[in-house]
Design a protein around this ligand. Sequence first.
Ligand code: TTJ
Length: 645
Amino acid sequence: MDFSEITQAAQDYSSDQIQVLEGLEPVRKRPGMYIGSTSERGLHHLVYEIVDNSIDEALAGFCDKIDVCILPGDIISVTDNGRGIPVGIQQATGLPAVTVVFTVLHAGGKFGGGGYKVSGGLHGVGASVVNALSEWLEVEVYSEGKVYFQRFERGEAVTGLEVRGDTDKHGTSVRFKADPEIFRETTVYNYETLQRRLREQAFLNAGVHIELADERGDERVQDNFCYSGGISSFVEYINKKAAVEVLHPDVMHFTAVMPDDSATAEVAMQYNDSYNGQILSFANNIHTTDGGTHEDGFKRALTRVFNEYGKKYNILKEGDKLTGDDVREGLTAVISVKLKEAQFEGQTKAKLGNSEIGTLVSGMVNDKLMTYLEENPATARTIFDKAMSASRAREAAKRARELVRRKSALESASLPGKLADCQSRNPEETEIYIVEGDSAGGSAKGGRDRRFQAILPLWGKMLNVEKARLDKVYSNEKLMPVVTALGCGIGDEFDMSKLRYGKIIIMADADVDGSHIRTLLLTFFYRFMKPLVEDGHIYLAQPPLYRITKGKNTHYYAYSDPERDQIMAQLGGNYEIQRYKGLGEMDSEQLWETTMDPERRTMLRVQVEDASAANEAFTILMGDKVEPRREFIEKNAKYVQNLDV
Ligand code: TTJ
């Protein structure tokens, strides 16, 4: 290795800005501490960590193209056209800065204050963690006419930093193979997962070209993301995906800068005709799923502006007030802030804590939204009317709720008549089976373990909550027994501590009708009792599809066609096969042993990986428009699998 050459390349951006903290052994010992988990999610996190570095270079204004490629063997390659990681020797360590970046924990400039990064968030742990968790990693830096190269294995340098030739390019390229010793579940990347994340990053960083390619299969797959409209394009994209009708053609887009230049804030927003709102917030390009000061500031200002506007133009009568929920109905908004010293709070570090950012965002929305509404009176009126009708529905829901309460206070037992309750009152062990159809309900009641399993048969006409507001739920004879039985309330009254059963199990036939009722119930839980879904309380029972009988005393159950074929092959011949058309065909004993016995059953736990994906899934599946629904189902035949684990 030619040191003099490398020292020359050090140039004036100082390698000393990189702080030396610790080695990599702890990362391989406890990978979960650094990347959250070693599951599929953690695996994809490696890619984000590397790409984040290129995005930071783009934010610094030195890079506008990032290529990400999944190569055969699930090797990831990330290349940018930035300045290149510095290759000069760092005084503190005597090593090239690029080597330090990959071998020393927390070696990113971002922990030193100053330096070039604004990011660092959820994990924000840097390239060295990726290196430590890779079977091997190779970096190339194109800078000052030279190609520099270094290779690492499981975090250790196995070559020095070498000059490999000449180039007129500038930038950085990294290739790595995730270590199967660490990622024991899987080292196979999911294209859609990377696609979603990189598209999001392209929205959040207007003008940056991000290319994603998959070269694993026979045919190369590729996406190019670049949005000059930034988060406005993001809002348009979300509304288009959800197949909702927008109430006004333009996306409102507001920006602000902190007086001392320490932060920027941006909001893009557009209303649609649905009853759901969706606000996505980001801090330093990290999705703050638990919100925080930026989101609070936005909501605060939004409510204030609409009430002020209503008062000023005499649309709101004396004493009338719009609530936050009223003005957020049908709103799609993206908030993005970038700041020097982001404080992430909470268990998952997904909540922004900087109070000055709340003031920045609320001040911006107060001023600019008000101006927008005054300059666009027709749009303002349309949105205002929508908020007013949301407000009336909320009043109606309140009256309906009180009516329900008064009625149940008069009746001696406030639990639904058809509920067969269990003996235990401890939600840690109790379960409720929600069963479609009286005959299946009968078998379930006969088969259950009444100590901890309750059964609620459903009857009557179902409500599609995607097309109805809260007030309609209170008068729906099919949903109200579910609400009363669970005990935890709905909408803004939801209270997890009142939940009567820890597991809520939807048990429906394995046919089209069953799948319809499942989707309707899931939508209901997602829209009105979201924490139940988010905290994993909802399950789908998995009844068998076939019963295979051999002789007098032996029988088997198959839960899928391949399983049926396997059993048939094993038995050789001389068996009888029965296809269950519905739960009702099973007697109590059979239902217990196949579907309800905790020792023998399998259930799917409903999980929501990504809020916007779930929102999209529900609006499309349950909304008015047929065409997007057909398309969606064709493309995502496995969507329920995505929701399940
Ligand atoms: C640091 O400050 C001096 C000029 O270069 C800055 C820098 O490091 N830029 C940079 C890093 N651009 N791209 C990267 C990078 C790219 C990949 C793919 C992976 C990593 C770890 C860094």
